[in-house]
Write a protein that binds this ligand. Structure first.
Ligand code: HEM
Length: 455
């Protein structure tokens, strides 16, 4: 219907709502830009370790912003073929009706892998790629700008996941693989990228595969269920957008956490309390994105397990120093804001040291270590401190609420039938156990334990 056919007052109301929305978005972006400037100037003044580490994260990994900036528009010539190849092959990756026959599945996978290997070897100038990786490692941001580097990290990570599974939904024959022989074009740049982000895994992670998968206009670049029905494609989009939106709302919380720490250490209790109140308010807003976003109407339970989750898994490994080491795929446990809040509240870490090193970029780890070191919840004793303590309690309660909601929301997604595969989560790979129910019980126990630790 043409806009001119609508009643005049309706048009005015619509325009006002749009203008108000645009203004709110601009104000939000301005506030975040101001906070980033503030953190950078705190770093310049050597004001606090936590501010320096957040500024380092933004300036380096974030290419000057947070969530991290990407650039998909102007890539150096040797890198361009990767993106084209992923996009050219992606319509052949998913299957609307996955087969239950191992041979049929294996044939489809072999075909996909052969085509990818062939296109990579024909079109990628691997020497040119390695030269660029070396230039980036030497800090040459003219040859390889950081926002392009972030986009390329995502591109290689998703190409590796595509090659690893070679079909969507993931199928038993793929899950039973132990070692994958990747094409050299996917192996050569990977250690450079992983060294730069200080992560050890062969698989991708939430930063590479999810956050970096949004372009300058906020559009997702490397989708996986291309050509399948609307229920699947919209569930895929809604699910991953949730993680990005959360990180947008997390930035001001990192800022307030740092300001709260600094104010506490300077005995400025009143300002400290204000920052804590900001955190409480912002955490509530952020968690609303999770509560509103992970619902059956946005992310369908029927399709999530087979079509959205599987590709993010990994579950293969390689021999390292004579030992077989297997890596896992992506999990919500990679998300920085939850780790940062736990650290700020003085709660012990969820992930082991080994898993932190494998999946969480070094600068994100450093920030959390510093937030934990400067956590002051256990140091409250002054006369004004009871108000601060009350505010901390509110934040802890939000985290408890999130953890119990997460537990009840996610279990039905994992319990869906997926006869083409073995029981698996992306974050924990194929699950051991006599049956699916007991395998899932192990996961539920992890979530219950974490909920109990949130005190
Ligand atoms: C249907 C979707 C989801 C499922 C099935 C799911 C499942 C799980 C499972 C089984 C765990 C425990 C095992 C592990 O550490 O990997 C876990 C952990 C976790 N998940 Fe999710 N998850 C989902 C969505 C999300 C979302 C959207 C977020 C937040 C953006 C999230 C955040 C977390 C966090 C932070 C942890 C670590 C434990 C904790 O801190 O409480 N998950 N998830």
């Amino acid at each position: 219907m043409s806009l001119f056919l609508l009643p005049f007052p309706f048009i005015i109301a619509l325009l006002l709502v749009l203008a108000w929305r645009r203004r709110t978005q601009r104000l939000k972006a301005d506030a975040t830009a101001w906070q980033i400037q503030n953190i950078k100037s705190m770093k310049r003044q050597g004001a606090h370790e936590t501010a320096t580490l957040l500024a380092d994260l933004i300036e380096n990994d974030g290419a000057g912003a947070w969530p991290p900036k990407t650039n998909y528009g102007s890539w150096p010539e040797p890198l361009r073929a990767y993106k084209d190849i992923y996009l050219e092959l992606v319509p052949t990756l998913p299957a609307a009706n996955p087969s239950l026959d191992d041979d049929v599945n294996q044939e489809k996978r072999n075909k996909y892998r052969m085509r990818m290997r062939k296109l990579l070897s024909e079109r990628v100038d691997i020497v040119g790629v390695e030269k660029l990786m070396i230039a980036a490692a030497a800090g040459d941001t003219d040859a390889f700008p950081r926002d392009v580097y972030n986009a390329f990290y995502c591109c290689i990570a998703v190409c590796r996941h595509a090659y690893r599974w070679a079909t969507i939904p993931v199928v038993k024959v793929a899950q039973l693989e132990k070692i994958v022989d990747f094409p050299p074009e996917l192996d050569v740049p990977w250690p450079y990228l992983q060294r730069s982000f200080r992560v050890d895994a062969d698989s991708g992670n939430n930063t590479a595969n999810v956050l970096h998968n949004f372009d300058e206009n906020g559009e997702r670049v490397f989708k996986i269920n291309v050509g399948l029905n609307e229920l699947i494609t919209s569930s895929e989009d809604a699910f991953f957008r949730l993680f990005y939106d959360l990180e947008v709302l997390a930035m001001p919380i990192y800022y307030d956490m740092i300001r709260a720490v600094v104010c506490f250490e300077e005995n400025d209790t009143v300002s400290c309390l204000t920052h804590l109140q900001n955190i409480t308010f912002r955490v509530r807003t952020l968690l609303k994105v999770f509560y509103d976003g992970l619902t059956a109407s946005r992310v369908s339970k029927e399709v999530w397990l087979s079509y959205v989750q599987g590709f993010q898994g990994w579950g293969v490994g390689r021999m390292i120093n004579g030992e077989y080491v297997k890596f896992d795929g992506l999990s919500g446990n990679h998300v920085l804001i939850f780790q940062a809040l736990d650290a700020f509240l003085g709660i012990g870490r969820y992930l082991s040291d080994e898993n932190m090193d494998r999946y969480i970029p070094g600068r994100q780890r450093d920030l959390c270590v510093a937030l934990k070191k400067h956590s002051f919840r256990g140091k409250l004793k002054g006369p004004m401190d009871c108000q601060i303590e009350e505010e901390f309690k509110k934040i802890v309660n939000h985290m408890k609420l999130f953890r119990s909601a997460h537990r009840t929301r996610v279990m039905p997604y994992l319990e869906q039938p997926a006869p083409e595969r073995l029981t698996m989560t992306a974050g924990k790979s194929v699950l051991e156990g006599p049956d699916a129910k007991s395998a899932l019980k192990v996961l539920d126990d992890m979530l219950v334990t974490r909920l109990k630790q949130t005190a």
